[in-house]
Design a protein around this ligand. Structure first.
Ligand SMILES: [Zn+2]
Length: 312
C-alpha cells in the first residue's frame, strides 16, 4: 500500500436506477465519470471496491424505521413510482439506493481500518436532500449522513465534519445534524435557489455560505478560507466527509454558479491539506449532483487527482 492510496467505490447497480427517461439524474453520469477516469489512466492508481448494500441498522442511525420500510416497500416491479415530483423509483432503484448509502459505510471502514487514506464514492442516486423521513431532490437515503453517523456510532469518533460544495444546499444533512455536537457542516450553495433552505437561523454547527447566482471560484475560495477553515480549526474534526456535487460548474445549466475544474481541485487540496494536519488525512467523499456529463467527468477527475496525489 502506498502512503496515499485512494479507494474508488461504485457498483453496477448504480446504473440501474431510472427516475424517468428525461430525468437529468441519469445513469450516463456514471459513464461520464468512468470514461474520463479510464481515458486518464486513473484506475491504475486507485483501489477499486464494490459498494455493499446498506443495512437497516446503518440507515436507522439517521432515518426512522417506518421511513426505511416505506422505501423498501415502494420499489415497483415495473414502471416508475414517484415519491416526490422529481424523485422516483424504478425496478432497479432499490438496490442502487442501498448501494449508494452503503458506499460511504464501506469507505469509512476502509479509512478507519487504515486500508486506504481516503475514498471517492462514484454512486447514484445522490443523498443530501433526503431528510430523515422525506425523499426529495433526487435523494432517498442521505448517503453522506449515513456514512458520517457510522463514523460516530460504530467507530466512536466524537467530531466529524461534513463539507458540501454541491450547488444546492444540503437540507437533509442540515435537518439531521443541526445542534448535534458530534457534527459540523460547512457548505456553499446558490441562493436563492432550490431547496430554499440554509439561511433561516441555521444552528451554530451549520456553517452555511449562500452565494448569489453567477458566483465564480473566487467566491468559493473566500467562503472556504474565511468561513469554513476557522470553524474547522476550532472544531478539530477526526474525519472529514465531502458531499461532492459538481453542479456548480459553469457548464452545468441545472444552476447558475460558475466554478471550473481548477476550483474543484483547489477546494479539494484545501480540505486534504487540512485533513492531513488534523485527522491523518481521513476523507470520505461521496458524489452528489453534477448534470453536464462532460463537466461532471472532468470535475470528478480533478477532485480525485488531488485526493490521490496524482498531479494535474
Ligand atoms: Zn445539486
Amino acid at each position: 500500500m502506498s502512503a496515499y492510496t485512494t479507494a474508488f467505490i461504485s457498483h453496477p447497480d448504480c446504473w440501474k436506477h431510472d427516475p424517468g427517461s428525461y430525468h437529468p439524474e441519469r445513469a450516463a453520469r456514471m459513464d461520464a465519470i468512468n470514461d474520463r477516469f479510464v481515458a486518464a489512466g486513473l484506475f491504475d492508481h486507485l483501489d477499486q471496491y464494490e459498494a455493499p448494500l446498506a443495512s437497516d441498522e446503518e440507515l436507522a442511525r439517521v432515518h426512522p424505521d417506518d421511513y426505511i420500510e416505506m422505501i423498501h416497500r415502494s420499489a415497483p416491479q415495473q414502471g416508475i413510482v414517484h415519491l416526490d415530483p422529481d424523485t422516483a423509483m424504478s425496478p432497479g432503484s432499490h438496490n442502487a439506493i442501498l448501494r449508494a448509502a452503503g458506499s460511504g459505510v464501506l469507505g469509512t471502514d476502509l479509512v478507519m481500518e487504515g486500508k486506504v487514506r481516503n475514498v471517492f464514492c462514484s454512486v447514484r442516486p445522490c443523498g443530501h436532500h433526503a431528510e430523515s423521513d422525506r425523499a426529495m431532490g433526487f435523494s432517498f437515503f442521505n448517503n453522506i449522513a449515513v456514512a458520517a453517523a457510522h463514523a460516530v456510532d460504530h467507530w466512536g469518533l466524537e467530531r466529524v465534519a461534513i463539507i458540501d460544495f454541491d450547488v444546492h444546499h444540503g437540507n437533509g444533512t442540515e435537518e439531521m445534524f443541526s445542534n448535534r455536537p458530534e457534527y459540523l457542516m460547512c457548505s456553499i450553495f446558490q441562493h436563492p435557489f432550490y431547496p430554499g433552505s440554509g439561511t433561516q437561523n441555521p444552528a451554530p454547527n451549520m456553517i452555511n455560505v449562500p452565494l448569489p447566482r453567477g458566483s465564480r471560484g473566487d467566491a468559493l475560495k473566500k467562503a472556504a478560507l474565511e468561513e469554513w477553515i476557522p470553524a474547522l480549526e476550532k472544531f478539530q474534526p477526526q474525519m472529514i466527509f465531502i458531499s461532492a456535487g459538481f453542479d456548480a460548474h459553469v457548464e452545468d445549466d441545472m444552476a447558475g454558479l460558475a466554478f471550473v475544474e481548477s476550483d474543484y481541485a483547489w477546494v479539494t487540496q484545501l480540505i486534504k491539506s487540512f485533513a492531513d494536519q488534523v485527522c491523518e488525512g481521513r476523507i470520505v467523499s461521496i458524489l452528489e449532483g453534477g448534470y453536464n456529463l462532460s463537466a461532471l467527468g472532468r470535475s470528478a477527475e480533478a477532485h480525485v487527482r488531488v485526493l490521490a496525489e496524482l498531479g494535474s
